[in-house]
Each structure stands twice: as C-alpha cells, then as structure tokens.
Design a protein around this ligand. Structure first.
Ligand SMILES: Nc1ncnc2c1ncn2[C@@H]1O[C@H](COP(=O)(O)OP(=O)(O)OP(=O)(O)O)[C@@H](O)[C@H]1O
Ligand SMILES: [Mg+2]
Length: 223
C-alpha cells in the first residue's frame, strides 16, 4: 500500500482583491511508498507549500482524494483530520511556527497533547537531545539561533513518532554548513519514515535519489 496517494486533487485560491479563483494544484495522480525519501522541486510560488498543506490536511482541497496510510483525508471532518495529523504526520514548517511564549521543551510537548499518546516530557527531552539541543531546552524560540529553532521544529515534528514526515524548505534560511547538518539530521531521523521534502536548492535536492518536479505532477504548471 502506498503511504500517500493522491487522485484528482484540485486546489484553487481566490484572489483576495478580485475574488477570482485561480488554479494552484491540479494533480490527477501522485503516490509515494512507505519509508521512501522523496524530494519535490519547484520555484517560488509553484505551490509546494500548498501541496504539503493539502497532504497534511491543514487545508482542504476543493476536490479529489488524498489518501494517507489508507485514510482519505478529504472524507474526514476538520477535527478528525487534525487528530489524524497529530498521530501520523510530522510537519517541519517553512517559517518554523514555534510559539514564542513557550520554551523549546514546551513547544515539543504542545504537539504531543493532540495525539492519542499524550504529552511525554521524557520523550520530548530525548528528541531535543537527539536534535543537539540538550543544553537549550529551556530557551524560548527568540533565545535560539535560527538553526537551533529549526532543530526544535524537527524535534516537534517527531513528537508523536509519525510514519510520515513533511518538510517545507527546511534549510531555506540556513547557511551552507548548518543547512547540511540540518538536512543530515532530517534524513537520519526519517530513516524509518516516509519523507517528502520540498525545496528549490540544488545542494539539497542532489542529496536525494528520488527527485520530482512539482510541474511534472501538477497540470496547473502556472510558473
Ligand atoms: N491563502 C491564500 N490565498 C490566496 N492565494 C494564496 C494563498 N496561499 C497561497 N496563495 C498563492 O498560491 C500560490 C502558491 O503558493 P505556495 O505558498 O504554495 O508556493 P511555494 O511553492 O511554497 O512558494 P515558496 O517557494 O515561495 O515558498 C502563490 O501564487 C500564492 O500567492
Ligand atoms: Mg513555500
């Protein structure tokens, strides 16, 4: 069974000024298998983030099927989708989305509360330690370097030991050395997981055996 399978996905966004909808995603078929590491390439504005948001169920598609681990997300209510995501999908955001009123440890633990497993401080500490942040657990995001914040995001994405990891340009704001270390960390922690990573950086894409251009699967191909 494919871990992610998409059929006839359509996603439009309305222009906020005119209200006119424009096609962002039009994907007749896409799938990726268990434990496969796939990179998706695409220029800015091509719909990479929208694609990952649809797969994670954070936004709903206009139509089509998004099957994740055999569950069609489009058929679930929003709260069921949120629960499903908490249990099965780890998401590394392009813009981190860490909560600044909370420490690194609390940020990781917050992600645990929505899953069936619940919060587990010991596991959160272990994940941060694995991410190289043993001595930064009580720092808030604003008290961390950008590379360290990205490591907190990786630990948070792993909070509920998901089968699937989605990474949205996870090295976009890092220098080359930190970028290589962060990418290495993601590949290592995702060894037993399905990974989809989107990027436009050649140095990142060349690390993957499997690279797909978003325009190859997206018939909208607007950019
Ligand atoms: N909420 C929204 N409302 C209207 N249009 C949107 C919305 N979100 C995204 N878009 C548009 O959808 C298109 C795809 O955006 P998306 O963020 O998926 O691109 P991307 O490939 O991730 O770009 P980048 O590499 O810059 O992160 C863009 O043209 C963007 O302006
Ligand atoms: Mg994006």
């Amino acid at each position: 069974m494919a871990s992610i399978q998409i059929k006839n996905l359509r996603k439009t966004y309305k222009d906020p000024a005119t209200g006119v909808p424009s096609d962002i995603l039009n994907i007749s078929f896409f799938e990726t298998g268990p434990k496969k590491h796939l990179a998706i390439r695409g220029v800015s504005g091509s719909g990479k983030t929208t694609f990952l948001h649809c797969i994670s169920g954070m936004i709903s598609a206009d139509s089509g099927e998004i099957n994740v681990l055999g569950t069609n997300l489009s058929a679930l209510t929003e709260s069921k989708r949120d629960r499903f995501r908490a249990n099965h999908i780890g998401y590394i955001f392009q813009s981190f989305n860490l909560l600044d009123g909370f420490t690194a440890l609390e940020n990781v633990m917050l992600g645990m509360q929505f899953s069936d497993k619940g919060a587990d401080r010991e596991r959160a500490e272990l994940l941060l330690e694995k991410a190289g942040l043993k001595d930064r657990m009580f720092n808030r995001p604003s008290q961390l370097s950008v590379g360290q914040q990205q490591r907190v995001c990786i630990a948070r994405a792993l909070a509920n030991n998901p089968e699937i990891l989605l990474a949205d340009e996870p090295t976009g704001s890092l220098d080359p050395k930190t970028s290589a270390a962060v990418l290495n960390l993601i590949r290592t922690v995702a060894e037993d997981k399905t990974l989809i990573l989107v990027s436009h950086e050649p140095e990142v894409l060349q690390q993957f055996d499997s690279v797909t251009d978003l325009n190859e699967i997206n018939q909208t191909a607007q950019v």
